[in-house]
Design a protein around this ligand. Structure first.
Ligand SMILES: *[C@@H]1O[C@H](CO)[C@@H](O)[C@H](O)[C@H]1NC(C)=O
Ligand SMILES: *[C@@H]1O[C@H](CO)[C@@H](O)[C@H](O)[C@H]1NC(C)=O
Length: 355
């Protein structure tokens, strides 16, 4: 190694050491989440898998993305809200000793359009039971007012009955991160869950400062990962000169970015301050990248093809499923049944449906 390399390494070690020191002090003062890199690399794989459109492979955890660090995961419920184009699953990760809940991000023809719309999202709903707390109606209803919520709650109850009081880890990317936050809050406030952890990737802002302050007291164990110039965490916009009226992120942000020059580029994972709007984290750069939105920790976070709400389902999973009159699907299994009987019948004749 050359002289320069060493020098940069030394500088880096110091930077990392000093930020760690600050972090430890901060941890004593407030009770926020501690960032765990290993856990982040696992949860991002769940957030990626939930984008898969083959429901059979997802339900049986045999999809292309259902491998690696998530191997052995047991899906308990897979919920697809066809009308609103939403998808989520609940299952048990024995290696984490946790129930994992993952929400898919938006699945529209154009991510560009969705992102442009985010600029104009109003704070247009009072969060029930929390004076002055306002949130975005669309994000709130995506979780609260669709088939997603009853499906998730049912599965969490079933998992707890069978496995006892496991930790609950909620994750999601983009709009899926917004839904994950509302879900964690719901479980804590309305369902007496005490050990809910949240880790989201590239999520937008969802509420105002009053909402943020309730949220972070109720679900302190939350990490919000942002990636370099990812545009979505910058939206809907934060206006520092309108503190009461503006959207405001909750803590704790962890900002991933590259530092260095030329061939000496290092990945930094910066644990940000407890404000939720640390000016030295993602806010220190312009949010101008969609590419940075679609890949976290080297993992792809998008559908393989941009298509409107496409699903693929095999007749063999039909016996685990219920479809309501609007076409919404819930695939559900009894946690006591270890082997899904998927291999006994022919593999022909998959059903493809799309809206
Ligand atoms: C980080 O998470 C991993 C995976 O859950 C766990 O094995 C490890 O003990 C955690 N590390 C710390 C320091 O908590
Ligand atoms: C939820 O949906 C119902 C029926 O579509 C609607 O009447 C109600 O206003 C919605 N609630 C919220 C908070 O949007």
């Amino acid at each position: 190694m050359g002289h320069k390399t060493w020098l940069i390494l030394v500088i880096f070690t110091c930077l990392i050491a000093s930020s760690c020191g600050r972090e430890l002090q901060a941890k004593h003062k407030d009770n926020f989440a501690v960032y765990n890199h290993t856990l982040a690399t696992i949860l991002v794989e769940y957030a990626s898998a939930v984008y898969m459109s083959d429901l059979t492979e997802l339900f049986t955890w045999t999809c292309e993305r259902c491998d690696g660090l998530t191997k052995g995961f047991e899906v308990i419920e897979l919920v697809v809200d066809i009308q609103n184009c939403l998808q989520a699953f609940v299952g048990v990760a024995k290696d984490l000793n946790a129930i994992v809940i993952a929400f898919r991000g938006t699945q529209e023809h154009s991510l560009q359009n969705w992102v442009e719309d985010l600029f104009w999202k109003q704070l247009d709903l009072n969060y029930p039971g929390m004076p002055d707390a306002m949130v975005h109606h669309g994000f709130y209803t995506a979780y609260h007012n669709t088939t997603i919520r009853p499906g998730i709650l049912h599965a969490v109850k079933k998992a707890k009955e069978f496995y006892g009081d496991l930790e609950i880890m909620v994750t999601g990317h983009s709009m899926g991160g917004a839904m994950a936050s509302f879900c964690a809050l719901d479980l804590t406030v309305n369902h007496e869950a005490k050990n809910v952890q949240v880790m989201t990737f590239g999520q937008p802002r969802i509420g105002n400062a009053a909402f943020t302050s309730y949220y972070s007291k109720l679900v302190p164990n939350t990490i919000r990962v942002t990636n370099d110039h990812d545009i979505v965490p910058h939206l809907p916009p934060y206006y520092s000169y309108f503190p009461q009226k503006t959207y405001h992120h909750f803590p704790r942000e962890v900002w991933l970015y590259n530092l260095g020059l030329g061939s000496l580029v290092y990945r930094v994972e910066k644990v940000c301050d407890g404000s939720g709007e640390d000016p030295a984290c993602s806010r220190s750069v312009t949010g101008n990248s969609i590419a940075d939105h679609l890949n976290y920790y080297g993992v792809d976070l998008m559908c393989q093809q941009w298509r409107s709400c496409r699903i693929v389902m095999d007749p063999r999973v039909a016996e685990y499923g219920e479809t309501d009159h609007k076409g919404n699907i819930v695939l559900s299994r009894d946690p006591a049944i270890v082997d899904l009987k998927m291999n006994s019948q022919s593999n022909e004749g998959g059903v493809t449906s799309s809206t």
